[in-house]
Ligand binder design. Structure first.
Ligand SMILES: NC(=O)c1ccc[n+]([C@@H]2O[C@H](COP(=O)([O-])OP(=O)(O)OC[C@H]3O[C@@H](n4cnc5c(N)ncnc54)[C@H](OP(=O)(O)O)[C@@H]3O)[C@@H](O)[C@H]2O)c1
Length: 408
């Protein structure tokens, strides 16, 4: 084997540019630890470079273009030709992960993607390798920095959703088109990847229902602040019973003391729970050019050093369609007798039981804030639909999930 490793880079944008600089800066160190010196064999952008020439010259292809087309074609071609691939592209992996793993097997190549989930936090390595031999119960966390920044600012400064989003865009924490971040789709792609690794189940992006933060209102955060709760957009992948898993993305309240509660601003944090380890929490920057590039370089060093990560499949687990959660319910109602009784009756008919209820305001400001005991999400959704039709409501009902798990 030559002492030089040729690395072709697809993309010269935020991450591609930072990776190229970092690779040059750290080439001596990589040579020291691996015995082989990385050298950039070509860089592709829309305007410059030729993919076929880069492929022919490279032992490792680093894909930092983003999107599915043409990234999928390039990565498949590289893997089938026996080139190792490192990518930060969550959409590519979430939509085509199993095909890529098969292509890597056919080509005898490695596929690594640490930077695709939670930027600089080594969560893929921990789930896939460090904890690869134990049965994981649950992987969950804050995997989108844009939404965490917006929720943090709404709580801290009382900003509306629109104001906090505009601030995030000004500071570069949100893109010009933030839809995939704020509607939960970005987090769903990341959770698809994590769930596949944690449970060995071929989860598809369509298996992951997601909700975003667009409908969160300042009074939801005011309520949270008053009770010392935090509001986070969470991705959750967990075992349900003996034969299923559930993977979802939703905004939710956390009690104080929860390890994810203090994670503020554009940071990410991921927790892994398993009987043998209790729980592990990892937090850090989830995006940024140099942060993401450092995870990409770590993958490149792993590829050079050898040792392929495991992609185990466990087809015995199915994806559950319903799970139990606690809910907060916010109802703006007419202030008249019998309102609370009718809401309670509708909830009761759907076997939803109320843990606490508070009435705020009078007359045109009357609001009922209720917290439910854990209940089947489907049953709660059915109750909510019926409540939405009650004539004394002044606006559509709003609900947010609540995680009651306590950490001591
Ligand atoms: N930015 C982050 O903080 C971050 C964090 C985690 C993961 N990621 C992931 O990293 C990847 C790259 O993100 P980025 O922020 O660096 O993107 P970016 O700044 O938009 O850069 C994309 C680069 O790819 C090139 N490119 C795009 N389409 C191409 C095509 N069809 N043919 C040739 N070149 C093409 C672009 O060429 P031109 O220069 O000619 O336009 C550009 O150089 C994405 O998968 C993203 O999800 C990014």
């Amino acid at each position: 084997m030559s002492d030089v490793v040729n690395v072709g880079i697809l993309g010269r944008g935020t991450v591609g540019g930072a990776f190229r600089r970092l690779l040059n800066e750290r080439a001596d160190m990589v040579e020291e630890v691996s015995g082989r010196r990385p050298r950039v064999s070509g860089v592709l952008s829309r305007k410059r470079g030729d993919f076929d020439r880069i492929l022919a010259r490279s032992e490792i292809v680093v894909e930092l273009m983003g999107g599915v087309d043409p990234a999928l074609e390039y990565v498949m071609q590289a893997l089938e030709a026996g080139r190792h691939v490192v990518t930060a592209n969550k959409q590519l992996l979430a939509q085509h992960g199993p095909d890529l793993v098969n292509a890597a097997r056919r080509g005898g190549a490695q596929l690594r993607f640490e930077a695709a989930v939670a930027g600089a936090i080594p969560v893929i390595r921990v789930v896939q390798e460090s904890l690869g031999a134990i049965p994981i119960e649950k992987v969950f966390g804050i995997v989108n920095g844009t939404t965490n920044y917006i929720l943090t600012e709404m709580r801290r400064s009382g900003l509306s959703y629109g104001e906090a989003l505009a601030q995030a865009q000004e500071l570069g924490y949100a893109e010009a088109d933030p839809s995939e971040d704020v509607n939960g789709a970005d987090a769903a792609a990341k959770m698809t990847i994590l769930a596949r690794l944690a449970f060995g189940v071929p989860v598809k992006l369509d298996d992951v229902p997601f909700e975003g933060i667009e409908r969160i209102r300042p009074d939801d955060l005011a309520y949270a602040k008053e009770l010392g709760l935090s509001l986070k957009l969470l991705g959750v992948a967990e075992r349900v019973g003996d034969d299923a898993i559930s993977v979802r993305v939703f905004p939710c309240f956390l009690y104080p003391g929860h390890p994810l509660a203090p994670i503020e601003g554009a940071f990410n944090a991921v927790m892994v729970e398993a009987p043998t380890i209790t729980e592990i929490t990892m937090s850090g920057p989830g995006a940024g050019g140099s942060e993401t590039a450092s995870a990409v370089l770590g993958d490149v060093v792993s590829v050079i050093s050898g040792g392929s990560p495991l992609f185990e499949e466990n087809a015995r687990l199915r994806v559950a369609r319903d799970v139990e959660m606690a809910f907060y319910l916010h109802l703006e109602v007419e202030d008249r007798p019998g309102v609370l009784a009718q809401v309670a009756e509708t909830l009761g008919q759907n076997e939803v039981s109320v843990r606490s209820v508070v009435q705020r305001g009078r007359g045109d400001d009357a609001t009922l804030i209720m917290v439910m005991h854990p209940v089947s999400e489907k049953r709660f959704a059915a109750a909510l639909k019926k409540i939405g039709r009650l004539r004394f409501l002044r606006s559509p009902p709003r609900s947010i999930r609540v995680i009651e798990e306590e950490f001591g």
